[in-house]
Design a protein around this ligand. Structure first.
Ligand code: SF4
Length: 412
């Protein structure tokens, strides 16, 4: 079944309308599951139980499945499991083998090819883990991996070594050890829960975990990283939101990559989270044929604002093994950023970052706006390419000549 916002005749909308078509909110629809009751369809546990997990199911639901995809799906469980919720599956265009949704969740044989520069742990997380399931890479914050399960699996996942347990990583988060480490390190003021997807934990289990973290006096700030709002918006229940709002300040970073992921169901789910006072950010991974196009990216970012989500990061795709076929170039990423800054609302412009290979942390990369900078002045260009000079400041005050020639009496 095709998403309702796709062109009905399978063709591209006229060029001038493409941007508006990308920004339209539509329901994912029911597709093959049209006879399922509303109660089941809107039940997140039903969605999880009925995920597409095998090559055979894929072939049944997508008759145009390519040999490359079929082979990828057969081999998926040796690398990163295949799982797609029925809800998210409905966003796939079965007539388009380059459908941006399809590319993100349907495996391809190319995943089994590892380039010499690719790694199983490209961000060096394991080498920065003082206890299993906790990554202490930055001075004042930690990444707390609470599960290895996700609602669906992204084929470019930077943690594919551990999520879904396809490669036998043997992930057993021991919350007691992780919490004891955080409690013993007063410099940790910020805890990011991730995984896997923390929102797959039951409300009770998540509440217990958040309560234990909130009881540590030096933990000022809690964050959850989750792809659930886009893979499984049914999970964002009023009960979950009511529970989360007890732990403010608590922020939530969602993960979405393409404007078609932002359906009416997702917008409603994000609205429930926002109404619970949870500040929302979005993380996007720059992916070839998915969002490596300035118009698609801009539509996505503007649509996020309409969902009350601040675009936070665009990530250059990590050097995870088997992801070369999905990786867009840094050149493309910079060209997209150039078409965002100044061309749309500043709130819609995220920071483009490369996670430095091997564990160097996030490094922001940006088109060059400072053309030269010396003791006297800064030469800058704006988004239209116009050049300007700004006098460098002396003692914090702008001046029009070299600071050393300024007498105190001349300063106003
Ligand atoms: S949801 Fe996140 S952790 Fe899970 S497969 Fe996707 S990128 Fe990986």
């Amino acid at each position: 079944m095709q998403a309702e916002n796709s062109s009905k005749d399978g063709g591209e909308p006229p060029a001038g309308n493409r941007f508006q078509a990308l920004k339209k909110f539509s329901s994912a629809g029911r597709g093959y599951w049209h006879d399922v009751s509303d109660a089941d369809w809107n039940d997140w546990r039903w969605q999880l139980k009925h995920r597409i997990t095998t090559a055979k199911q894929l072939q049944k639901f997508i008759p145009t499945l390519t040999p490359e995809e079929y082979a990828g799906a057969k081999l998926a469980n040796t690398k990163l499991a295949l799982a797609i919720t029925p809800y998210f599956f409905n966003l796939i265009d079965p007539a388009d083998e380059n459908c941006p949704i399809r590319l993100q969740v349907i495996p391809k044989l190319a995943e089994t090819h590892t380039a010499s520069w690719e790694m199983s742990d490209p961000c060096g997380e394991d080498s920065h883990s003082p206890v299993p399931g906790l990554v202490h890479r930055y001075p004042d914050r930690v990444l707390f991996l609470v599960t290895d399960r996700c609602a669906a699996y992204c084929r470019y996942c930077t943690r594919s070594r551990l999520v879904s347990n396809a490669t036998g990583y043997d992930f057993h988060p021991e919350f007691d050890k992780q919490i004891a480490y955080i409690a013993a390190h007063p410099e940790i003021r910020d805890v990011l829960l991730s995984g896997g997807d923390p929102l797959l934990l039951s409300d009770d289990k998540l509440e217990n975990l958040l309560s234990r973290l909130r009881a540590i006096p030096h933990v000022e700030f809690l964050r959850i990283g989750s792809r659930i709002p886009t893979f499984l918006p049914q999970r964002i229940t009023p009960e979950l939101c009511a529970m989360l709002k007890k732990f403010h300040p608590l922020f939530l970073s969602i993960h979405s990559n393409h404007p078609r992921e932002l359906t009416t169901e997702v917008r409603d789910a994000l609205g429930r989270l926002a109404d619970a006072g949870i500040p929302l950010g979005n993380q996007t991974v720059l992916l070839k044929h998915v969002n490596d196009d300035a118009e698609v990216m801009k539509a996505h970012l503007q649509k996020l604002l309409m969902c009350r989500v601040k675009p936070y990061y665009i990530y250059q795709c990590d050097l995870i093994s088997g992801s070369a076929h999905l990786r867009a170039s840094v050149r493309t990423g910079l060209a997209i950023m150039e078409k965002l800054r100044g061309h749309t609302t500043g709130y819609a412009v995220p920071t483009y970052v490369i996670d430095a290979p091997g564990g160097g942390g996030k490094v922001p990369v940006s088109p060059e706006y400072v053309l030269s900078h010396n003791a006297d002045r800064v030469v800058i260009r704006n988004f239209e390419g116009k050049i300007f000079e700004y006098p460098e400041a002396a003692d914090g005050r702008p001046c029009g000549r070299p600071p050393e020639r300024i007498e105190e009496s001349q300063l106003v």
